[in-house]
Design a protein around this ligand. Structure first.
Ligand code: IMP
Ligand code: MG
Length: 173
């Protein structure tokens, strides 16, 4: 895989502009509350930090890591690799995801996290591929709907590379 195979889908300027809009909406919706952003490693780390920079200064950060895919795009079993450091009980939690594809990863996570009794639990994803959805997911905030292409950059990888591109690209097939 070479960087020459990556075409621009959404430029850095467009991504950052949209993230600022999402943050403005989140700040309004959570006014008077203390928000905990729950970043899903590794793919959401760029989106989470970009979003957090525009959010209220008392915003807390937690991280979990799940593996839903091996290399490539074939779904496998979902495994918890790293859990939050602190309890999320009685917190207003916003799960931050890079992309919702089938929706299976988030379905698994939401079901698991609800059992821990947060005050509220909502979802924010940078990208959504609606054509690929296999399970119903209630997403409160999303950045962009994208076509059924394999996307990379802004946290998203193919075989662990291209996460650090500052734009969202897709792999030409
Ligand atoms: P889901 O469980 O099928 O919704 O898969 C979601 C996860 O798969 C995302 O959090 C990504 O890590 C990964 N994923 C799905 N589609 C893509 C893609 O086009 N590029 C990179 N990663 C993807
Ligand atoms: Mg992910």
């Amino acid at each position: 895989m070479s960087i020459d195979d990556v075409k621009v889908l959404i430029s850095n300027e467009e991504v950052e502009k949209r993230i600022k809009e999402l943050a403005d909406q989140i700040n309004k919706d959570y006014a008077g509350k203390q928000l905990t952003l729950l970043c899903i490693l590794k793919g959401s780390v760029f989106f989470t930090t970009a979003l957090a920079k525009h959010l209220a200064p008392d915003t807390e950060l937690e991280f979990i890591e799940v593996s839903s895919y091996g290399s490539g795009t074939t779904p496998g079993d979902i495994k918890m690799l790293k859990d939050t450091r602190d309890s999320i009980a009685n917190k207003d939690v916003l799960i931050v995801e890079d992309i919702i594809d089938s929706g299976r990863t988030l379905k698994y996570l939401v079901d698991m996290l609800r059992n821990r009794k947060p005050s509220s639990l909502e979802l924010c994803t940078l990208l959504s591929k609606p054509e690929r959805r296999k399970v119903d997911i209630d997403v409160k905030y999303f950045g962009f709907e994208v076509p059924n292409k394999f996307v990379v950059g802004y946290g998203m990888d193919v075989d662990e590379v291209f996460r650090n591109l500052d734009y969202i690209g897709y792999i030409e097939e």
